[in-house]
Design a protein around this ligand. Structure first.
Ligand SMILES: [Zn+2]
Length: 443
């Protein structure tokens, strides 16, 4: 789960943790009764990912890549196939961090000073002459921030001429626009240039500017179980990245992210093994462990560009299932419950099982928009996150204390079994959730 600030932004205890989590006699009996979710596999994946040797699985670090390679091995062992276009089970890609370099901005024959210019160049160098891009004018009585925000979000190249009456407010826009921008290397972002000058829509201009780009590699872990229907996909996903090394607190400088989100990743691996053991499914099942959820959702954003979202029937995105819900055990909640019939299908499939799926009890936390499901939901997919952690009171969320010892292993197992059971009608092609309306989904 990503933090709220940046929208889409303990040494040597692993051995002890692994011992703590090894199934007791009672747990083993439970595992036998309920389907075939492999309890030892869940324990192993959580303990391995949350161990200090994984360094908090920060995207853009060797630790993140180490976690990806480890998970690739688990995907293979689970019986998944490597999807077309992947390097084994790794879906490699990169992002670029763009910093504005040097150039010239001339409007109506006058060259502007650096403090009269701000720009965000998402697609590389620019070289514009009059007529190349739309000109948007913010007059003395208009509100600059509203216009600039909507232009910046619109995704097209534009020149915004801001009247000199807004000289004071312009400084904060400059600060906002000076931050480096990180984008998917495969995506071309828009270029927006702000100029503090009196102008009109028919103003003439000549603008040349450079950008420096730093390219950084990332990898999702992806697998597939081909079904009888080759053009209908059900996606099970979780992000495997976490926050990595932070400032030391009492000697612990690693945010291990056991609950966030080694727990969800372990669920995806365990579900992969469960479904692979059951033979060919009706619908084709996709499994993904996403990178860079905590720093912009780049993993799911890249992933969504590699498939036809119209063919994705449902996305089960699993987040922080290591602790029981506030309302009690045997319950999980679904973000954006009312945005599709996904939740109702899960409820019906769980009737009488003793496990309940309920709407997200924390609407003010906007959790539907704070994980990888958002990317697919924006493409119309019934894409929801399933979680159990009481995020309003949880003391370990995004803290060093999110360690494997804090997790309730039996609760995790029950939750994963419940997801396996509840997804059955969708996997078997008997139920199809209604689509999400992207127009109603905002980041
Ligand atoms: Zn998180």
């Amino acid at each position: 789960m990503a933090g709220t600030s940046e929208a889409f932004v303990g040494l040597g205890r692993a051995v002890v943790a692994a011992v703590t989590l090894v199934a007791t006699g009672a747990a083993a009996a439970g595992a036998q009764q309920a389907a075939d979710i492999d309890a030892e596999l869940v324990t192993r994946v959580v303990s391995t990912l949350a161990a200090d040797s994984m360094g908090g699985r920060d995207a853009y670090t060797p630790y993140g890549m180490r976690a990806a390679e480890y998970l690739a091995g688990e995907f293979r062992a689970a019986g998944l196939q490597s999807p077309a276009g992947a390097d084994g089970y790794l879906q490699r890609f990169s992002t670029r961090t763009l910093t504005v370099g040097t150039g010239r901005v001339v409007v109506n024959g006058r060259q502007l000073l650096p403090n009269q210019i701000a720009m965000r160049l998402g697609g590389g160098d620019i070289d514009w002459e009059t007529g190349d891009v739309p000109v948007i004018v913010v007059g003395p009585d208009d509100e600059p921030l509203t216009t600039v925000t909507s232009v910046a979000n619109a995704g097209f190249d534009a020149l915004v001429l801001i009247d000199e009456a807004h000289r004071e407010g312009f400084g904060s826009l400059v600060q906002l626009f000076r931050r480096p921008v990180r984008v998917l290397s495969s995506a071309t972002g828009a270029a927006v240039v702000l100029a503090l000058t009196r102008g009109a829509e028919d103003s003439t201009y000549r603008i040349t500017h450079t950008v420096t780009a730093v390219e950084e590699p990332l990898a999702n872990v992806v697998g597939v179980l081909p079904g009888r229907r080759t053009d209908e996909f059900v996606l099970f996903s979780a992000h495997y990245d976490h926050l990595g090394f932070e400032r030391p607190i009492f000697g612990d400088s690693i945010a291990n992210g056991a609950n966030d989100n080694a727990s969800g990743t372990a669920a995806v691996v365990a579900l992969a093994k469960y479904f692979a053991a059951r033979g060919t499914p009706e619908r084709t099942l996709l499994f993904a462990a996403f990178t860079a959820e905590e720093v912009g959702g780049f993993g799911s954003r890249h992933y969504s560009r590699q498939l036809n979202a119209d063919q994705v029937v449902a996305m089960f995105n699993i987040e922080m299932i290591g602790k029981p819900a506030a309302a009690g055990p045997n319950q999980a909640w679904i973000t954006g419950f009312d945005r599709s019939s996904f939740g109702q299908i899960l409820q019906q499939a769980s009737a009488g099982s003793g496990f309940q799926f309920v709407p997200d009890p924390y609407p003010s936390f906007r959790l539907f928009s704070r994980s990888d499901n958002l990317t697919l939901a924006l493409l119309g997919v019934p894409a929801h996150s399933i979680s159990t952690t009481p995020i309003d009171t949880d003391q370990d969320y995004h803290k060093f204390s999110d360690e494997v010892e804090t997790l309730d292993q039996q609760h995790m197992l029950r939750t994963i079994r419940a997801i396996a059971r509840a997804s059955e009608p969708i996997v078997a092609g008997r139920a199809t959730p209604t689509r999400v309306d992207p127009a109603t989904v905002g980041p």
